[in-house]
Design a protein around this ligand. Structure first.
Ligand SMILES: C[S@@+](CC[C@H](N)C(=O)[O-])C[C@H]1O[C@@H](n2cnc3c(N)ncnc32)[C@H](O)[C@@H]1O
Length: 281
């Protein structure tokens, strides 16, 4: 496999086993926005679709259902362990019109004018050269085909990541390492103007970027479970990589109490902000 995003390949290979274990939680954070983005893509029976950075494949299977048995979906991901779970899921759910390929979207051969739609749920923010990656996707789309994806707004609009991150900082004494603005990472496409600039440079037209804000909620009794999972994800996980048992225990207490402050009327409520993006090839 040709890879230019070697750091990301290593990163996602290392987090994939955790992602498989916490997939129900990931569905709670990503499921709603993913369906919203998919609804905007005007999927029709019989279409050929790409799922970019498909991870463990929940959206690949959903796309396959939406395009029906005469359509097909190719899930592309840089992490083999994610794809192993995606293949298992597709087989369990009887999705026979899906295939998966282990590849780096930025540099792999996705074909020419071979697809009607390209979709991604939080899988397109990790390219060192996003213009090259999106240009590769555009080449793979038929003229008039479309791209639709959902990405995160700024961390300040996402308390579900911010609150655990700040609580961990109070334990480690320094903020978790964050990529520089514009560098690959969950917030690399959080700026609306940047999304327009990147997609325009990659040759897309009719670019629409729609912010959507809502809340993730969970019953108060799940605060402890939520805190335990938050420590295994994203910047909190990185910040605690070398932590001993006592530090981990303190981090758990701090995250749980920060989350408890976000409980209203028996419900944990945390803001979530995304950008819903569509563009024409
Ligand atoms: C935040 S996860 C989202 C996974 C999935 N779309 C979901 O919503 O559950 C990002 C995914 O993008 C993949 N990824 C990151 N960089 C990639 C690249 N250059 N080419 C292909 N996949 C990539 C990662 O391996 C990971 O599975």
């Amino acid at each position: 496999m040709d890879v230019v995003n070697t750091d990301q390949a290593e990163h996602w290979a290392s987090v994939a086993p955790t992602w498989v274990e916490i997939e129900d939680h990931l569905e709670r954070t990503a499921g709603g926005p993913g369906r919203r983005a998919m609804d905007r893509l005007d999927l029709q029976p019989g279409q050929a679709v790409l799922d970019l950075g498909c991870g463990t494949g929940p959206t690949t299977v959903d796309l396959a259902r939406r395009v029906g048995p005469d359509g097909s979906v190719l899930g592309v991901d840089i992490a083999a362990a994610m794809l192993a779970r995606a293949r298992e899921r597709a087989s369990q759910e009887g999705a026979s019109n899906v295939h998966f390929v282990h590849a780096d979207v930025q540099c792999c051969d996705l074909g020419v004018a071979a697809y009607d739609r390209a979709f991604s749920r939080f899988g397109v923010m990790f390219y060192a050269d996003p213009v090259a990656a999106f240009a590769n996707v555009r080449t793979a789309l038929r003229t008039g085909g479309s791209l639709g994806f959902v990405c995160w707004q700024h961390v300040m609009a996402n308390e579900w990541m911010l609150v655990p991150g700040m609580a961990v900082t109070s334990v480690t004494g320094s903020p978790p390492a964050m990529p520089e603005p514009g560098q690959p990472g969950p917030f690399s496409l959080c700026d609306v103007d940047r999304v327009h600039a990147v997609l325009e440079s990659a040759g897309f037209a009719e670019i629409e970027v729609v912010p959507h804000n809502d809340v993730i909620s969970a019953p108060e009794r799940e605060v402890g479970d939520y805190a335990a999972i938050a420590l295994r994800m994203g910047a909190a996980r990185e910040a605690l990589r070398e932590a001993d048992e006592a530090t981990m225990a303190r981090a758990f207490e701090c995250v749980a109490s920060a989350l408890a402050e976000k409980v209203e009327d028996g419900q944990l409520r945390l803001t979530r902000g995304v950008l819903l993006v569509t563009a024409r090839a």
